[in-house]
Design a binder for this molecule. Structure first.
Ligand SMILES: [Zn+2]
Length: 306
């Protein structure tokens, strides 16, 4: 007689969740994947080809994003752009004569933190291909010869140390000497704390150079991009005869949390955005990146009397 073998009972046996989930995945009831079991699609997409828009979440093909000057074509969000890319988009081909390209910061305070200042500088010089956080030079924008300074937020948060201050001051002084209009495009977290007082001095130095430029009745257009804050906003960035900004740029001195804690007051909606500051008279106009070159040409024509 054959030994008794109990028959397997249907539906009582503990189910293997992986096996059960697969065929039922399409039904409405369990469509939502359990926490920890979902596989983000991101993994299937090769890195460096697509970028997810910070504002609307759309996946954008990098090549198309670059062609559109790093502005989302769906919602108009302005991504950060390097100084070199911005210069390429603005100036006439081969017209940019760079100034002080090899000027490099010195670790004057022998600063030591998680990483030393010297190490940080080396690291950012490698990742950005620039010596410091600003590129300056004389160029043609449309028919106008101008001095152009462009800050790069990718280099240590676009912070202003001695090199940024000195390069901008030399640019401003060259414009004064050669009677040229000046355009500075800012993107900065403020003064560079690795250089302490030496970075704070740059605020006064750049402002004084601008005063001489203005005394010669020469125009200065300041363009504020996301973000322009602290010591840079409190010096040359806010001294333009004309102050323009990119849409949605965060612009201010101290951060909103610090202001809220100090004043103990609720901040109005949209506080420290370009749009809010335009309504309150600090900014003259908001110009989308795609229109920037033509608008600068128009303003230069107006300000130089052509
Ligand atoms: Zn978008």
């Amino acid at each position: 007689m054959a030994p008794f073998v109990p028959r397997k009972k249907l539906q009582v046996e503990p189910a293997n969740p992986k096996r059960v989930a697969a065929p039922l995945a399409d039904t409405k009831l369990i469509r939502k994947p359990k926490l920890g079991t979902s596989r983000p699609r991101k993994k299937d997409i090769p890195e460096g080809l697509w970028t997810k828009c910070t504002k609307c979440g759309t996946m954008i093909y990098d090549k198309e994003l670059d062609e559109n000057l790093k502005v989302c074509m769906h919602c108009g969000y302005h991504f950060q752009i390097s100084a070199r890319e911005r210069i390429n988009a603005l100036v006439e081909t081969c017209s940019f004569e760079e100034m002080d390209a090899s000027m490099t910061s010195v670790d004057i305070l022998n600063f030591k933190g998680v990483a030393s200042y010297t190490e940080k500088l080396k690291q950012y010089q490698q990742s950005t291909g620039s010596k410091d956080a600003v590129v300056t030079g004389i160029c043609l924008i449309g028919p106008y010869r101008v001095g152009l300074g462009v800050m790069d937020f990718n280099f240590l948060g676009g912070s202003m140390g001695t090199v940024v201050g000195e390069k901008l001051t030399r640019l401003i002084e060259t414009c004064t000497d050669r009677a040229l209009p000046l355009i500075i495009i800012s993107a900065s977290g403020g003064a560079r704390m690795y250089e302490g007082m030496f970075s704070l001095m740059q605020m006064a130095k750049t402002s004084a150079a601008l005063a001489y430029h203005a005394r010669n009745r020469l125009p200065y257009i300041s363009v504020l991009t996301h973000p322009t804050t602290a010591g840079v906003m409190a010096s040359f960035a806010s001294l333009g005869d004309l102050i323009l900004a990119e849409p949605g740029a965060m612009i201010g001195f101290a951060g909103p949390r610090v202001i809220k804690d100090t004043t103990q007051a609720e901040l109005p909606p949209g506080f420290q955005t370009a749009e809010f500051l335009q309504q309150h008279g600090l900014i003259d106009d908001i110009v989308p990146r795609g229109e920037m070159k033509q608008r600068l040409i128009n303003y230069l024509g107006f300000l130089t009397g052509n």
